[in-house]
Design a protein around this ligand. Structure first.
Ligand code: BG6
Length: 494
């Protein structure tokens, strides 16, 4: 990332003693600093319930950089000196007055023109109280700008999301709110628009006249990793589909925006979500599959099933896998299924998009025993990054045709959920670019979709399917495509 603007701001980190701060935020701020995307005119105030001191916070920041950043070249001591800690009780107004004074002092010390980012990296139940008190105690009342960064989950259904939004909107305007979806910070997710809109090879073909179906897979090897308590209430539908999967679908299906501005891009994405057909009633059984992992083998080791995980009800019906056929009822996409699937404890960690083009009306080479197939565009999001175009060519020395792969891969090692996504998003927030954050309309439309499906599942007699850990999901997900004459393109080896 090379940017010329060096924002000057104080970052106020609610939840600075937590895991997200340690694994993602500290390393990301450091990376921005070392790439000189941040000048010396920045400060970070860590807040938390614990009685930490500046020294303790700084020690944690140091440790997280040593652990997470491979090539730390900028001076770590100077960097950590920008961090300060305040024990904070979110329900006590006096804490906010102390914070206000602290921020005024930091503005003076680092010559910061009153710019503030309030980053909520903590449990959402207090977001409303915090936003309200930040305003009532005058913490957001500054000469510069104030922005609120908010992590998922943004509510657990439409009504809780509305309530939360109402609360934060008391203190922040929509354009001051940055709702994180870390998939939007991923290099290749950002590349979807470039691939589509900067290539004459794809843009004219990107519609129902030329595309037969689109498949979006995000599979994980991880199980619930000690997050059973949270996951029991969310399941894969709320944890992955409501946000990351629908965001990718919107980027794939949006029309070309008028300009590359935040408003124009978001407006097109919102239109897609408005056209997304609700999967409710009978369709929840025919067009969607929910499943839970059983025990199995992963990388040569036995792993337990979901019901034996910590903090999981042994009779739980929570889905750890979702596959669905999505239809977008607009002129461009009528008739084209978007198949999505996501699950935990699957055989590979992979996020990939496969765009399958329609076959030629008359393919002279399509005959008995022929090996030619449809053209594919594969967008590799992670762990590999790049694209593959699958064409048909002639087998050398024979008259037969054969699929030929044209590959472009970024030279990356495993970049699974790396700090880079957070680094980009933090920087975007500092420079006031909200394009890669979720607008309230996107969040609310996604929740409406998820709520309808979830409710239909509750009333459905179709049992939860199951799949073995280490597999690529339940049989039912294959049948979902089979009905339309399609199959999942493998994500393991393409
Ligand atoms: C998070 C989910 O939003 O995304 C996790 O809460 C999931 O359950 C994670 O593991 C996946 O992110 P990534 O970047 O590893 O695909």
């Amino acid at each position: 990332m090379k940017n010329t603007e060096q924002p000057k701001a104080v970052l106020v980190l609610f939840g600075s003693t937590g895991d997200l701060a340690k694994r993602k935020l500290f390393p990301s701020i450091y990376n921005l600093y070392q790439k000189r995307n941040l000048s010396e005119q920045f400060a970070v105030v860590g807040l938390g319930r614990r009685e930490w001191t500046d020294d303790i916070l700084q020690e944690h920041v140091r440790a997280s950089i040593h652990e997470e950043v491979n090539d730390a070249t900028a001076d770590i001591e100077t960097f950590v000196s920008h961090f300060t800690y305040m024990p904070f009780d979110v329900t006590n107004k006096e804490s906010y007055t102390r914070l206000k004074n602290k921020l005024a002092g930091l503005d003076d010390e680092y010559h910061i023109p009153g710019n503030r980012i309030f980053y909520m990296a903590m449990a959402p139940e207090f977001f409303g109280t915090i936003a309200e008190s930040l305003k009532s105690e005058g913490v957001t009342n500054t000469k510069g700008w104030s922005r609120l960064v908010i992590e998922k989950p943004f509510g657990h259904d439409l009504s809780s999301a509305k309530k939360l939004n109402g609360e934060i909107r008391q203190a922040f305007a929509e354009d001051e709110i940055y709702r994180i979806d870390h998939y939007l910070g991923k290099e290749m997710v950002q590349n979807i628009q470039v691939i589509r809109f900067a290539n004459a090879m794809f843009e004219p073909l990107w519609n129902n006249r030329n595309i037969s179906n689109i498949q979006v897979t995000s599979s994980e090897k991880l199980g619930v990793e000690g997050r059973g308590g949270y996951y029991e209430k969310s399941g894969a539908l709320r944890d992955m589909v409501q946000n990351h999967m629908l965001q990718m679908v919107s980027l794939l299906a949006m029309d070309i925006p008028l300009r590359l501005t935040t408003d124009d891009i978001r407006a097109e994405k919102i239109k897609v979500l408005r056209a997304l057909r609700s999967v409710e009633g009978e369709r929840a059984s025919t067009d969607a599959v929910r499943a839970q992992y059983g025990k199995g083998q992963l990388d040569g080791k036995e792993v337990p099933g979901y019901l034996s995980e910590e903090n999981v009800d042994p009779h739980s019906k929570t889905e750890t896998y979702v596959a669905a056929k999505l239809m977008i009822d607009n002129h461009t996409w009528a008739g084209v299924p978007f198949f999505i699937r996501t699950g935990k404890r699957m055989g590979v960690k992979s996020t990939k998009i496969v765009v399958q083009f329609k076959e030629l009306p008359l393919n002279l080479y399509a005959k008995e025993g022929a090996t030619s197939g449809p053209n594919l565009l594969i967008i590799h999001i992670q762990p590999d990054e790049g694209i593959t175009i699958v064409l048909n060519g002639k087998k050398i020395g024979s008259a037969e045709t054969t699929p030929v792969d044209l590959e472009y891969r970024h030279g990356t090692t495993d970049r699974v959920n790396t700090p880079e996504a957070y680094e980009r998003l933090l920087y975007d927030c500092m420079v006031g670019d909200a394009t890669n954050f979720a607008h309230w309309d996107e969040v609310s439309l996604s929740w409406a979709f998820v709520d309808a499906l979830s409710e239909a599942w509750e009333h459905s007699d179709k049992p939860l399917a199951s799949y073995e850990s280490g597999s690529m999901g339940p049989r039912e997900a294959d049948q979902l495509l089979d009905k339309d004459g399609f199959h999942w393109w493998p994500v393991e080896d393409v």
